[in-house]
Design a protein around this ligand. Structure first.
Ligand code: SAH
Length: 371
């Protein structure tokens, strides 16, 4: 039996990588641009769709390459218009992505890993353990799938996805290369053409990754802070023990300096009753954030079974916000969207075949997510 050579999936290739691929085939550079447009603006499923490419090149491409998107196993639309996809990736695990429409914007929240290795104490993805990084095709595939859910792709139509945030499952800076390839496609004029202000990478604080990022792209940056001091943050976000708050703030300031375009960091702060929502903590946070050009996004905790945390009262949320505003920090509260389809922050569980065995500590949660 002759084993067939695995085909190269072109879907996740950054513009540079695609150019290199065509150069290796002995083809001209502009072929990369043509194929990018076909895949990412016109939604081509096969090379045979690509009518401005010669028959002979199409035959060659069919032999060595493919355009393969991950498979959608569930697509749900919530009453408020929020859409959620459960996407099966190679190996059988599932990840989730969510599209949140708001006025003339539609923000797509995408996943970067199957599970997550960081184990933040209040995040349901973390509780499921870690399986593997998503490929660049599996990451950009989530964008293409969301756009196609509105009908055939058509660059003449108004954008169906206006913003992308890496706030789904996984820690994007722990999957650096694939995430950067996908970001480049999002911001590439011949692909999705989103502006750097409309693509946001969110990190729990992988400091070396922040420094590496600026060498590759000028994407907008969000950090998941959740605590005003190291003592508390060490408990909530364990990676803080490796990269404490001072180092994280310094890295963010370096990032902004290099951007040099008056953008600010988005600081995410999940509010948990009695844990990090007290006025004294708000004041401490106000002092800390004075040293970072930022806007603060308060996320009231979204409960999940056996999490051990509660959402604060509306009064406590409003009081916390008031202290922040008084301290001169631009502050918004993220309102829960898509809760009835389990699409809210921290509710994305996918289906992770855990390799870390961490999930065994949380058996009730895993059972819940698989029925
Ligand atoms: N690993 C990256 C990307 C995930 S972002 C990061 O940590 O930034 C997901 C955001 O939702 C993070 O800010 C996270 O802290 C927040 N979140 C996680 N679980 C949550 C929950 N149960 N309720 C509210 N927010 C949650």
């Amino acid at each position: 039996m002759t084993e067939s050579i695995p085909k190269t999936n072109l879907l996740g290739m950054s513009p540079e990588k695609l150019e290199a691929f065509f150069a290796e085939l002995g083809e001209k550079r502009f072929r990369a641009t043509q194929v990018l447009k076909w895949m990412h603006q016109l939604g081509a499923e096969t090379f045979d769709d690509m009518t401005n490419i010669s028959k002979s090149l199409r035959v060659k491409l069919n032999q060595v390459a493919e355009i393969r998107e991950p498979e959608v196993v569930m697509h749900d639309v919530s009453k408020d218009g929020t859409r959620k996809w459960v996407i099966r990736v190679d190996g059988g695990s599932c990840v989730e992505s969510v599209l949140i429409p708001e006025g003339d914007r539609a923000t797509l929240c995408i996943s970067s890993q199957v599970g997550c290795a960081l184990d933040c104490s209040f995040c349901s993805t973390g509780k499921q353990g870690f399986n593997r990084n998503l490929t660049a095709s599996e990451i950009i595939g989530q964008v293409r799938i969301a756009i196609k859910s509105f009908g055939p792709m058509d660059p003449a139509q108004p954008r169906r996805v206006t913003n992308v945030v890496f706030m789904g499952m996984g820690e994007p800076l722990m999957n650096f290369e694939n995430v950067v390839s996908a970001i480049k496609l999002m911001m590439e004029d011949n692909a999705y053409g989103l502006s750097k202000r409309r693509v946001t990478l969110s990190t729990a604080g992988v400091v070396p990754g922040i420094d590496k990022l600026i060498e590759e792209t000028d994407v907008s940056l969000a950090i998941s802070l959740h605590a005003p001091n190291d003592e508390l943050r060490n408990q909530l976000v364990p990676i803080n023990k490796r990269y404490p708050i001072e180092e994280l703030i310094a890295a963010c300031n370096r990032y902004l300096e290099r951007l040099n375009d008056r953008r600010v960091i988005t600081v995410e702060y999940t509010l948990m009753a009695g844990i990090n929502d007290q006025p004294v903590q708000a004041r401490e946070l106000g002092r800390l954030l004075k040293r970072l050009p930022c806007k603060l996004n308060l996320i009231p905790f979204n409960p999940f079974p056996n999490s051990g945390y509660d959402r604060p009262s509306e009064d406590a949320i409003a009081a916390f916000k008031q202290v922040m505003l008084k301290a001169g920090i631009m502050t918004t509260v993220r309102r829960t969207r898509g809760a009835e389809i389990d699409a809210a922050c921290g509710q994305l569980v996918g289906q992770v075949e855990d390799r870390t065995r961490r999930s065994q500590k949380y058996i009730p949660i895993v059972q819940e997510s698989t029925v």
